[in-house]
Ligand binder design. Structure first.
Ligand code: FAD
Length: 336
């Protein structure tokens, strides 16, 4: 059962026995107003890459045609009753795709793609923010000690780390204030390395504090940096998704605004988007996994996000509601 952790004994119990002997006081100093923890045994992690590949595989199994490695450059437009309407998209290699409806789900590239196509969104509605991910390769005999480790999240810094994968890759990142630079490159979807990013050092320091057995920075450390990457969130002011028809163009549905937590909603997002597309409403709590509730229709709407300024303090950074006190990192594109 999910529970708060208020003692060293309770904290140790959530870690595998193999790791308990190696836990730093960061994990064992509880009680006496030191810190409070929270543990949810039903929480876990998924392999992001495998989960993402599973989606187009399943779509194809259900009869969809998937065109990979296609970059959409512009939309084909027509007009109905004096209002513009999309009727297709044109790829950078000149191929044309005709459609009654188009769903733009281009992640952090969504605002720039719509801008390039002159389908402007109100400024600030969707904002890419750059983040840094760090992976370490841990020698098998040490990686084995981490088997069964829960995902850990430090609410003071926003740092989170996963159990090493079967091939000994430990992944961590900081869910904090992202940087406004570099902006995502619309010409390529590659994720640049982030070796110079100040958060890399911050994460290595914190990992060393959490798991001294890694002896990071020492010549005989059992862990080496595997890779670093810059990747982006597409933020909305209040971190609700944007899943709605474009207000100025018929037939164009925008599904974006992941705000850094799109992956954990992967199994749900298709239903949410399809429900908006097909106008499936469901205000009953009896069958919750069908259609959009009135609340979802509201908080995912353009109207909601356009008026978010009135509800959220716009004088503070867009992602200030995130926990973590590491300062935003400005990284110049030339370093990447
Ligand atoms: C460091 C880091 C850690 C994260 N950790 C977590 C986590 O622990 N849990 C969690 O839930 N989420 C996490 N996320 C967030 C998660 O990755 C995103 O929320 C999610 O990927 C957003 O999904 P999306 O489909 O909106 O966009 P994306 O996954 O970015 O997909 C957009 C797609 O559109 C394509 N595209 C863009 N432009 C075009 C174009 N012109 N033509 C054709 N295709 C185009 C891109 O190639 C891409 O495949 C993390 C993100 C980062 C950066």
């Amino acid at each position: 059962m999910a529970r708060t952790i208020t003692s060293a004994e309770e904290s140790e119990q959530v870690f595998p026995a193999s790791l308990r002997l190696h836990l730093d006081p960061a994990y064992t100093s509880f009680g006496d107003q030191k810190q409070v923890g929270y543990f949810n045994p039903q929480a876990g992690w998924v392999h992001a890459r495998e989960a993402t590949f599973a989606v187009p595989d399943e779509a194809q199994r259900l009869g969809a045609t998937v065109h990979s490695n296609v970059t959409i450059d512009k939309f084909l437009m027509t007009e109905t009753h004096g209002k513009p309407r999309v009727c297709g998209a044109v790829a950078s290699d000149g191929r044309q795709f005709h459609a009654d409806h188009i769903i733009v789900a281009a992640g952090n590239w969504t605002p720039s793609l719509l801008d390039r196509c002159k389908l402007l969104l109100p400024p600030g509605l969707l904002k890419p923010s750059a983040h840094c991910v760090l992976t370490l390769r841990i020698q098998p005999e040490v990686a084995r000690l981490f088997r069964g480790m829960p995902v850990v999240f430090d609410m003071n810094t926003g740092m989170y780390a996963f159990e090493p994968s079967a091939d000994g890759i430990l992944k961590c990142a900081i869910h904090g204030t992202g940087a406004s630079t570099p902006t995502p490159n619309s010409a390529t979807n590659a994720f640049p390395p982030a070796d110079q990013h100040p958060h890399v050092d911050a994460m290595l320091r914190e990992l060393q504090n959490m798991y001294p057995l890694l002896r990071l920075g020492e010549p005989d450390s059992p862990a080496q940096i595997h890779f670093t990457r810059i990747c982006w969130y597409c933020d909305t002011r209040d971190e609700n998704f944007l899943i709605d028809f474009h207000p100025d163009v018929d037939g164009l549905l925008v599904a974006s605004g992941d705000s850094g937590y799109g992956l954990k909603f992967l199994p749900l997002l298709g239903r949410l988007v399809a429900s908006r597309l097909l106008h499936i409403h469901n205000d009953s709590a009896i069958v919750p996994d069908h259609g959009l509730s009135a609340h979802q229709r509201q908080v995912f709407s353009f109207d909601h996000h356009q008026h978010a300024d009135a509800r959220v303090n716009v004088n503070v950074p867009i992602d200030s509601m995130r926990i973590g006190d590491l300062p935003p990192a400005k990284v110049s594109s030339s370093k990447l």
